[in-house]
Design a binder for this molecule. Structure first.
Ligand SMILES: Nc1ncnc2c1ncn2[C@@H]1O[C@H](COP(=O)(O)OP(=O)(O)O)[C@@H](O)[C@H]1O
Ligand SMILES: [Mg+2]
Length: 416
């Protein structure tokens, strides 16, 4: 369908495009700073000049898509498609695919992506989401994993416990695992993350992250503390830096450091080169240690916007909104004090249960009104999560086909 714009310099076209291409187009255009409509115009021009046979793209299950093009460009596409004996959606898909190949992604940043899970309210799902996100990043690329098309999970999967039922449902897509090298940092002295993944916390007198941050241990580095999670699903790519109870004293330990906001960065720097992603599971606090985590999430020199940042799990409850306001204040004052930019990767509304009534449903709507940070996912109160914790396994491995796993993979693909 074609509609001319009021000014006549563009016309609106409505068609279909495979969802993966639509997403890649959006991401790549943003990465290289080009308007999507200009990208599509350029793609069609490129496609028109090609006389060789281009690979046929699978366009089944394409999603509705619209853009603005130069007047006449769409009818040119139609004419050439007729000549080349292919449907218009095929011509369009080939053009976008071609553009993606020609306009390659910018060189990767020299830094690992840092994802900091924070909220000083306890029990909102920081640890659950941290472990989920890390697992979803580390899944082996040879695996086909299920990804929800919409980032909303409100149902448990009955077959989840076996993990055998990885069949493609109507609203899922199958993608290769991301295969990223991931470090999970258990930054909470309570050590829930460490315990949930079946690992041992570090002894109180042993070298620990807090002691490296405070500079009270000078030999070796945090590298010596890191343990790989032994799980075939991650193929040795998922590491954890376990918790130590000494972090209860972290605020005091680093309080006299003139650069205390930089202590987490200082401690983790020696291992950053080994990872694509570092996920930090924060304690429920707003102390000096939290400042160091916020600082660690900041945008570094030459780092793309939203490559790193804070990811905030919240609950659909009024008390969660109050806690959130305080957290935002702390992030904002940190930005002003240290002259940094901390990007928001989004809000994950967790433990949602519409049966809890009006306060809960209206509170979800209130979260959705936020534009910055915006809601990137909604996860129900699901048994898969609790069972995975009880079994001391990563959710991605314990219940890979559960709604929650599929939604976390979607969230990760939106933010990573
Ligand atoms: N979506 C969920 N469904 C069911 N239980 C959940 C969900 N998310 C978290 N939980 C459980 O709720 C408790 C608190 O979550 P947790 O991730 O530890 O929160 P936080 O780290 O913010 O304190 C844990 O027992 C966790 O397993
Ligand atoms: Mg926690």
């Amino acid at each position: 369908m074609v509609t001319p714009s009021p000014t006549g310099d563009r016309e609106k076209v409505v068609s279909k495009l495979p969802s993966q291409l639509r997403r890649d187009l959006k991401v790549r255009a943003a990465q290289i700073g080009v308007d999507i409509q200009d990208a599509v115009s350029e793609a069609l021009d490129m496609w028109q000049t090609r006389t060789d046979d281009l690979p046929v793209i699978d366009t089944t299950g394409g999603v509705a898509w619209s853009s603005w093009l130069r007047p006449g460009q769409w009818s040119e596409l139609k004419a050439t498609c007729a000549q080349r004996e292919m449907p218009i959606v095929q011509g369009l898909a080939q053009a976008v695919d071609l553009w993606l190949q020609e306009r390659s992604a910018p060189a990767p940043t020299p830094y690992p992506r840092r994802i900091v899970l924070c909220n000083q309210k306890g029990g909102v799902g920081k640890t659950a989401v941290a472990a989920g996100v890390a697992g979803a990043c580390a899944e082996r690329p040879e695996l086909k994993v299920l990804v929800a098309t919409e980032a909303v999970a409100l149902q448990s999967s009955e077959e989840a416990a076996t993990g055998e039922a990885e069949e493609l449902l109507q609203n899922d897509e199958a993608h290769p695992g991301l295969g990223l090298r991931v470090l999970l940092v258990d930054y909470d002295p309570q050590g829930h993350l460490t315990a949930q993944l079946g690992m041992q916390a570090i002894g109180i007198d042993d070298p620990s992250l807090a002691k490296y941050m405070a500079g009270t241990v000078r030999t070796g580095s945090v590298r010596d503390l890191i343990v790989t999670i032994d799980d075939d699903r991650f193929g040795g790519r998922l590491d954890i830096l376990p918790a130590c109870a000494d972090a209860f004293l972290l605020d005091i330990m680093i309080s006299t450091d003139r650069n205390r906001q930089a202590t987490l960065q200082r401690a983790l720097e020696p291992v950053e080169g080994n990872y694509d992603v570092i996920v930090v599971d924060c304690p429920p606090s707003l102390g000096v240690g939290m400042d160091a985590a916020i600082y660690y999430a900041r945008r570094r020199d030459n780092e793309a916007p939203s490559n790193s940042g804070v990811l905030i799990p919240v609950q659909a409850e009024d008390s969660s909104a109050d806690a959130f306001a305080l957290l935002l204040e702390q992030i904002e004052s940190g930005q002003a004090d240290w002259g940094i930019q901390v990007d928001h990767l989004g809000l994950v509304v967790n433990l949602y249960d519409a049966r809890d009534g009006y306060v809960i449903t209206s509170s979800l709507e209130a979260w959705k009104q936020f534009k910055e940070p915006r809601v990137v996912g909604v996860i129900g109160r699901l048994k898969d999560q609790r069972e995975a914790v009880r079994n001391k396994r990563a959710l991605m491995s314990y219940a890979p086909a559960s709604q929650q796993a599929k939604v976390i993979r979607r969230i990760v693909r939106e933010i990573v």
